[in-house]
Design a protein around this ligand. Structure first.
Ligand code: FAD
Length: 523
């Protein structure tokens, strides 16, 4: 399959980059005093440090054309797509560029690369879609002869479909739309739609324990995984031989969320669903964030969750819908909820009726399908807007956390305060509840502020304050973005010294020479 490569210092399809519409630019000028901050795309990469003898040996394993040291290929595999990643790339800091990009064809080639890398002390960074937002692709280089980006893009097959058990085996390099297209040929789907869906991969979803916009209905990615094949420097593991078992601790959980530090996921057996015949998305209005989130809690605890449910706070609602009169805007206030139902006509009918009754009874006002459809249509476009805002001197970034229902309000207040205190009074702090469970929910914050002289330092200070606020509130440092390198200090506080020691012991056992994604995830 031929595929579009992402822009090295922007999100997504390079052809998708647009200037801010004049009206938005005007608003940004008014609110933040915008100024042009062009990116430096002309900076040369550090030369590859991969010695000729390793280049030749790796080429013998994979084929010459699949061991690449060309700058344009290495440039796109330098870090991920967080705002700090983009700021560093825009400033011309390419110091994390890999020394070579390797493209194995199958599990055996991955295993052969790991053997060679372990023997010669070359660091290996598994690379899926490159959409990481917590520094999971910025491995430590110290002490390694070279850093190899192990790009799984050639492993993009649907290997097996079992329509009796409703499982499928997918290769790790398949991007979201590619996996769904292959499954759709069998009338099946996965139903995993993170905002990075268009570029992120099956292996990346598993390695970061990703969550999607339809996770209320179809579950988080880790809940979809039935089995895994993993290559490690010590050998291969095949995990997940039955729908459920009591055979000791579940070893799949060691690799789900392991971010390339324990092994390379080379196949994922997922449970699949039949393609929905009907999809309906609608909007609801709530008087306040508290009222809307209380309604979400009730739906989750009464077993009435729809396929999609998300709730914007007052600020996010006002910003998204400022031009519309019935919800949002300073005059009317209110909070917008998106609710989506998918399934057969009968399933959607029944569930929609029950959910509508419940939400109406809890004080919600139905706003109809138009706005729900608009959300579904535009849901993958927001990351392009981030680039356009960075271009005009606005700092934009997101962060997320999760806690129990009883602690939601305190967490919201603490993180909001940490962000506004560090970013200043002009900063906009927006939030939505992105995922809900019987016991709690995830809060997803978006911030926008005028860029300081050093926007990277400005963001790192705000992010550190927000991260500490999460941990101090007893919440998690990440509900779905993973740990990477950026969250490690707070992850260490979250799991404590014994937790960290367990992870180090597993790493030492599976990867004794420490070549797999060094410095990532393990505190
Ligand atoms: C604009 C934007 C929106 C996003 N929205 C969401 C969202 O809605 N929900 C969400 O959960 N996340 C989201 N993310 C974060 C990111 O997309 C997810 O973490 C995603 O799962 C990463 O997948 P990837 O294929 O791009 O992995 P990569 O970025 O390539 O890698 C991520 C990590 O996993 C490791 N890895 C990758 N493949 C393998 C493998 N086969 N074996 C072992 N390790 C591997 C890498 O070494 C790295 O540490 C978003 C990111 C961006 C930029």
């Amino acid at each position: 399959m031929s595929r579009i490569e992402m822009h090295p210092s922007r999100w997504g399809n390079p052809a998708g980059a647009t200037d801010l519409p004049a009206s938005t630019r005007g608003l940004v000028d008014f609110a933040f005093g915008a100024r042009d901050t062009p990116a430096r795309d002309d900076v040369e990469l550090p030369a590859s440090r991969l010695a000729a003898e390793h280049l030749a040996a790796l080429a013998a394993l994979l084929g010459e054309e699949h061991v690449i040291v060309a700058d344009d290929v290495r440039r796109i595999r330098t870090r991920g797509k967080s705002t700090p990643d983009l700021l560093r790339a825009r400033e011309g800091d390419l110091s994390d560029a890999p020394d070579a990009v390797l493209r194995p064809a199958d599990h055996d080639q991955v295993a052969a690369v790991l053997d060679y890398a372990a023997e010669h002390h070359l660091a290996v960074v598994p690379f899926g879609g490159g959409t990481a937002v917590t520094g999971g692709l910025a491995a430590a280089r110290d002490g390694f002869a070279a850093v190899l980006s192990l790009d799984l893009c050639r492993m993009q097959a649907l290997r097996e479909v079992d329509t009796v058990s409703m499982t499928a085996v997918l290769e790790p390099g398949l991007r979201g739309p590619e996996a769904e297209a292959l499954l759709a040929e069998h009338g099946l789907m996965l139903g995993h739609y993170p905002q990075s869906f268009e570029y992120a991969t099956i292996g990346g979803f598993a390695a970061t324990r990703s969550s999607g916009q339809s996770s209320a209905g179809y579950g988080r990615f880790d809940a979809m995984v039935v089995g895994l094949t993993v290559a490690t420097p010590c050998g291969t593991l095949e995990l997940g031989t039955s729908p459920a078992n009591a055979a000791g601790p579940d070893l799949r959980q060691l690799f789900l969320g392991s971010e390339g530090a324990f092994g390379v996921i080379t196949a994922v057996r997922v449970r699949v669903k039949r393609l929905p015949e009907v999809k309906v998305y609608e909007a609801w209005q709530w008087d306040s964030f508290a009222a809307g989130s209380e309604a979400m809690r009730r739906l989750a605890q009464d077993g009435l969750l729809p396929t999609v449910i998300r709730l914007s706070d007052e600020n996010e609602t006002a910003l998204n819908l400022a031009s519309q009169s019935d919800v949002g805007g300073e005059s009317s206030g209110g909070c917008l909820m998106i609710v989506g139902h998918e399934g057969t006509p009968a399933q959607v009918d029944v569930r929609r009726r029950l959910v509508t009754e419940a939400l109406t009874g809890l004080g919600g006002t139905a706003l109809g399908e138009e706005r729900g459809a608009a959300w579904a249509e535009g849901r993958f476009h927001a990351p392009y807007l981030r680039d356009s805002l960075l271009d005009v001197g606005v700092l934009v970034e997101t962060l997320e956390t999760a806690t129990f229902w009883a602690d939601r309000e305190e967490l919201y207040a603490r993180v909001s305060e940490a962000l506004t205190t560090t970013l200043g009074e002009k900063a906009l702090v927006l939030c939505h509840i992105s995922h809900v469970y019987e016991t709690g929910c995830s809060l997803y914050f978006t911030v926008a502020a005028p860029q300081a002289e050093d926007p990277l330092a400005q963001w790192l200070e705000a992010k550190a304050a927000a991260s500490q606020a999460m941990v101090d509130a007893g919440a998690t440092i990440t509900h779905h973005h993973a740990v990477g390198t950026d969250h490690k200090p707070w992850f260490g506080q979250e799991i404590g010294p014994i937790g960290a020691s367990i992870l180090r012991a597993v790493k030492a056992d599976l990867d004794p020479s420490g070549i797999l994604n060094p410095g990532v995830m393990i505190p």
